[in-house]
Design a protein around this ligand. Structure first.
Ligand code: MF3
Ligand code: CO
Ligand code: CO
Length: 275
């Protein structure tokens, strides 16, 4: 049995209960998520051939430091970087390193800032120079799948409606949705209940209610959905080495739909090389 609690009177820890946030929570999330989104906007000018993912990671750290926020991934379960940088066939949790990005790469950059106890989690794809049409199409399909997932959010519907919308769309585009990672409740915890699956039936999951805050972050593959985690314990790659993409928003459920907290201030959340 799933239970819902008022976030103001719930302990700030994982209990499996669904926290419902009020206006103060929504206001705090707007603030931290705006910084995450500004940083992702700023990265548009940083990502180019020759730049290393460690340089990107340092930029993210400094961007946060200048604004008094901390990357939540730093020292999270042994992770030691300020961002995740997932290139080409890397599905998620790519660890920044000293290898330069190359013309034609596509890279997901995932950032979670922590401000006064509140977490703002978002990620986008970046094209490194000119990319192949197949890569551009995958990014297009993945972004559209996130929008379709978001459109399924409203009180009374099940969280499964999100996954069903995403899976049916990406499969109609001959792509596949990764099963091994999911979206998650977020707010005053980085990863909270419920899990938000990016596949399944509209009748699966739990009922959405006003005040819930969670991420939707579909990882979509050109090939099969299967992934494996490399020996570093973090880097997840497609088993068939096919190209993969991901976009992530943090959203809050409202009376008749949802509010997207991590919209791009510059309206460049989704960009391709041809635009
Ligand atoms: N930001 C990721 C998410 O969307 C989590 C990264 S955890 C890390 O949930 F440790 F890998 F950084
Ligand atoms: Co997330
Ligand atoms: Co994230």
């Amino acid at each position: 049995m799933v239970t819902y609690v008022n976030a103001d009177s719930a302990p700030i820890k994982y209990t499996g209960q669904i926290k419902l946030y009020g206006p103060e929570g929504f206001a705090a999330m707007r603030k931290v998520c705006a910084i995450t989104s500004e940083c992702l906007d700023a990265l548009n000018d940083i990502v180019k051939p020759g730049v290393t993912t460690n340089e990107i990671d340092r930029f993210v750290f400094e961007f946060g430091a200048d604004r008094g926020v901390v990357p939540a991934t730093l020292n999270y379960r042994g992770y030691t970087k300020s961002s995740c940088t997932s290139i080409n066939h890397v599905v998620c949790h790519g660890i920044p390193d000293d290898k330069p990005l190359r013309e034609g790469d596509i890279v997901n950059i995932d950032i979670t800032f922590l401000q006064d106890g509140w977490y703002g989690d978002s990620s986008r794809m970046y094209a490194v120079g000119q990319i192949k049409r197949a890569a551009e199409r995958l990014m297009e399909v993945t972004y559209e799948s996130l929008l379709r997932g978001i459109a399924a959010v409203k009180p009374g519907a099940k969280t499964g409606a999100i996954g069903a919308a995403i899976q049916s769309y990406v499969e109609s585009e001959r792509c596949s949705a990764v099963r091994d990672f999911c979206g998650h409740g977020v707010g005053q915890l980085f990863h909270d209940a419920p899990n938000i699956l990016h596949y399944g039936k509209a009748t699966d999951g739990i009922e959405m209610r006003e005040g819930m805050i969670f991420t939707i972050e579909p990882m979509i593959n050109l090939g099969k959905p299967d992934v494996k985690v490399l020996k570093d314990g973090w880097t997840a790659v497609t088993r068939d080495r096919s190209l993969t993409a991901q976009y992530e928003h943090t959203i809050g459920v409202t009376k008749d739909g949802c509010e997207i907290f991590t919209l791009s201030p510059k309206d460049i959340f989704y960009t391709t090389t041809s635009k």
